[in-house]
Design a protein around this ligand. Sequence first.
Ligand code: ZN
Length: 565
Amino acid sequence: MRLPLALCAASLAFAAPVAAQDAAPPPSAEAPQPAPLPAPKLVLAISVDQFSADLFAEYRQHWTGGFARLLSGAVFPSGFQSHAATETCPGHSTILTGARPSRTGIVANNWFDLSLARPGKQVYCSEDVTDPASSPKDPVVTPNFLKVPTLGDRLKVVDKRTRNVAVSAKDRAVMMMGGHATDAAFWWKKDGFVTLKGARVDKVVAADVAAASKAAADTIAAGAPEVPVPDWCRGKDRAFPIGGGTIGTGHFAVRPGKDGDFRASPRMDAATGALALKLADDLKLGRGKATDVLSVSFSATDYVGHGNGTEGVEMCIQLMALDQTLGTLFAGLDAQGIDYVAVLTADHGGYDAPERLDQQAYPQAVRIDGTMSLDALTPLVLAKSGVAAPADGPLLYADGPFGDFYVSKALSGEDKDKVVAALVAVAKANPQVETAFTAAELAVTPSPTGSPQDFTLIQRARASFDPMRSGDVVILLKRGIMPIPKGTTGYAATHGSPWDYDRRVPILFWRKGYAGFEQPHPVETVDIAPSLAAVVGLKVPAGQFDGRCLDLDGGARDTCATPTR
Ligand code: ZN
């Protein structure tokens, strides 16, 4: 339970004298309390995709730009995406909803709906499955799967003058942070920024988005030189063999025509930040009567981590460049004279490539072998269960070698139970698997409470379990198992595990006039929305958040005081 900071400070200050002089008179005056600040005019919510607490700890001493400003605010170095399915869509769904994926309904980036007629039965988290033009690989984008409102959605209900804007390289980040009622929502698609199908776009905005897209497309067409290596990054500029190539020495030159080189580089984040600033200016965010919301998710850190792992020169260049991009964004909002509260966090953490971990760290990490592929699992599960393969379609559906596994609907209830039991047994016998849970077990597990670092594995899995969308079996790999097979080119490392390298992320708040402080106690990303709701005076009925309000001001103001509306 949260104690008002003023009360804690007063108790501590006066405890000693009162104890020493038993009959001392009560203190006559407390330190003067600063006047409460009015609601800020803009909430700037930033996600840095795959920005682990480990990266934050590694780089914080080197930042001088936007990150340095955030470090002068409220610093929670141990924030948790507390659930097991540490992927982009579930993670982004927690940040501005205050709800865990079990409540947002966003259980993974991709899940399966076996009742769908589409081949493969796969569903992407921010697609419109009712649109025949949509597929998981080329989605018609919507926020429809998100079961709860975002902060922007809630503010718009209270005051329709609120503008709710979201930008990212990734559509799912835009949908999960922006939510159901966005006034502008843009993401990157191959060579330009795009928006929701059928969305009405303001003329000025359309012109600025077209200009941003053209600038990026011109860079891609012409190519671009390497990004300079900051001095202190040079020690990381060292090649590690991986598969057929190496990682560790990339400098982000863009080969002419290669949009992927642009996307997976600091240039993508710079373009995202510049567009966010343009939209803030075009739509006069923070300058109206109501509080506006601007969500920005920077995706390049994730692309860099996947392509190169987390500990090479690539990530060093990327995070030093992002520091500058954030500084430019803040300076731009300052120049517009906006009173804003900023928060920065991440959708999940990340882990380095096993080849580098193997040389630099203990315990070793290893790449997954082929024994958890559906091709390998299916005959073992059939043999163990004694069930005949379904006449139509596969026995099992899954998006990879871990996470949600679904059993064919063509089986009878009894046969399905046998297959579920056999799959759990086969998985648990696999030396790369930590454990496996059935949907039935997860359904009767209470939502976890208490410190997220102490959640058991089944509690972590419960926090991203939705009985309508999750698999019949949820399989968790052992710590340090990288679920990318040896020899995969261009894809060095990933996230998605229930382990803290993927769950633990920084949470940083900043507002002009707030005193800074650092609180190392574990908190959760679902605490962000209740904290911001209190600051902007938004009353939310009890029980709608999984998180709680955090104090954002190191001074005596209680930023969690009862909201006024
Ligand atoms: Zn992500």
